[in-house]
Design a protein around this ligand. Structure first.
Ligand SMILES: NC(=O)c1ccc[n+]([C@@H]2O[C@H](COP(=O)([O-])OP(=O)(O)OC[C@H]3O[C@@H](n4cnc5c(N)ncnc54)[C@H](OP(=O)(O)O)[C@@H]3O)[C@@H](O)[C@H]2O)c1
Length: 342
């Protein structure tokens, strides 16, 4: 059998399923696939047209793999990630467990593939909310520096995992009957929210994660810490307001970059025209998550002057499950292959 033995922990989840599709689509050299789930229920995944049973994790079972994708939860990654890397297994982790650890590279290949090293076998992928901004702004930061970054997010429900998506879908199903009967301005009373802090159907929720003492939610803290690490700008002021919206797939951002040197919208457009991983939209047109939520590139549009000649405003859409997770992880693995480390 040629090809690598690849394990996916969380293969039955939203990111896991998309990851398997990406491995197939990009013809990643998978010799044997080992899918893992919680072990609490029977689960199977489809890969190359066949059903493959997923099973509960043990260290010995995982250590049979050359590369393990961890797409499950912080707790699961904390439990197995370092132990596997110490055994010489490459681990690409999509949870937030190790992203800010000093000895773990946090990688978006278009931005900082140079952070990869043959000695660092545990690698983190970034939070899905900031990926679009990280990719889109990087060529501009290289050209004109960065003084500050600001964003407001419009985050899809799938970014919160399978349970949140199921809750959202159940609310929509419940709403259909209510809408037929009620006053057009009436607010449907649906099943209570459990997976998310408020009802997600027909709503926007200005809370992603839990709040800290300063009133920031954990997603906002992640955006700042991870952007600083990925761009290699440790003191960069970053302000974020992260918001969940009733979209199934695809995160959108209103994003502002304040450069160190003047940067016109025209110069930014020219810089982004052929930037890696970016699809630049023509002036007057723009992407929406409904139309572009399942595509590979980071979509950038509506580039305008901000509050001063150094600040630009952008509209950015990127898929939380692809570039925000599965695609980015496979691209990291491809970079390891290219270097012949894998
Ligand atoms: N969703 C996104 O857009 C996104 C983007 C970037 C990063 N991430 C990160 O990617 C990870 C997965 O997210 P997701 O949205 O795919 O979650 P999800 O849909 O809730 O799926 C979770 C997966 O983890 C498995 N799992 C649960 N407990 C486990 C255990 N003890 N041992 C092994 N597997 C276990 C589940 O298996 P069962 O089927 O048995 O329950 C399922 O396959 C999370 O760390 C998340 O933060 C997600």
């Amino acid at each position: 059998m040629s090809g690598l033995t690849i394990a996916v922990v969380g293969a039955t989840g939203l990111v896991g399923r998309v990851l398997l599709q990406v491995l197939e689509q990009r013809r990643f050299p998978v010799g044997a696939l080992l899918p893992f789930n919680s072990g609490r229920r029977a689960g199977a995944v489809r890969f190359r047209g066949r059903a493959v049973a997923a099973r509960g994790v043990t260290l010995d079972a995982l250590a049979k793999a050359r590369l393990v994708f961890m797409v499950s939860s912080d707790e699961v990654s904390l439990r197995w990630g370092r132990a596997l890397a110490e055994r010489g297994v490459w681990v690409i982790d999509d949870s937030s467990a190790f992203r800010l650890a000093e000895d773990v590279p946090l990688v978006i290949p278009e931005v900082n593939a140079g952070a990869l090293s043959p000695r660092r076998r545990l690698i983190a992928g970034p939070n899905c909310t900031l990926t679009g901004a990280a990719v889109a702004a990087w060529p501009l930061i290289r050209r004109a520096g960065a003084r500050a970054a600001r964003l407001a997010s419009y985050q899809a429900i799938s970014g919160a995992g399978r349970e949140a998506l199921e809750e959202f879908r159940a609310q929509l199903r419940g709403a259909a009957g209510v809408l037929r009967k009620s006053d057009p301005l009436g607010i449907p009373q649906l099943a209570p929210a459990r997976a998310l802090p408020r009802m997600s159907a027909f709503n926007v929720i200005p809370q992603v994660g839990s709040f800290n003492r300063d009133g920031e939610c954990s997603e906002e803290v992640k955006v700042r810490g991870e952007l600083r690490k990925i761009w290699g700008l440790p003191g960069l002021p970053v302000s974020a307001t992260t918001v969940r919206v009733p979209v199934i797939r695809g995160h959108s951002l209103a994003f502002w970059l304040e450069a160190r040197r003047p940067l016109s919208p025209g110069a930014a457009r020219r810089t982004l025209e052929n930037a890696p991983g970016v699809r630049l939209w023509k002036e007057g047109s723009y992407p929406t998550p409904l139309e572009e939520g399942e595509s590979w590139p980071v979509h950038v549009a509506r580039i305008r002057q901000g509050t001063n000649p150094r600040e630009l405003a952008f509209w950015i859409v990127s898929d939380n499950l692809l570039k925000g997770a599965a695609l980015n992880s496979v691209q990291i693995a491809e970079a390891l292959l290219k270097k012949r480390w894998l």
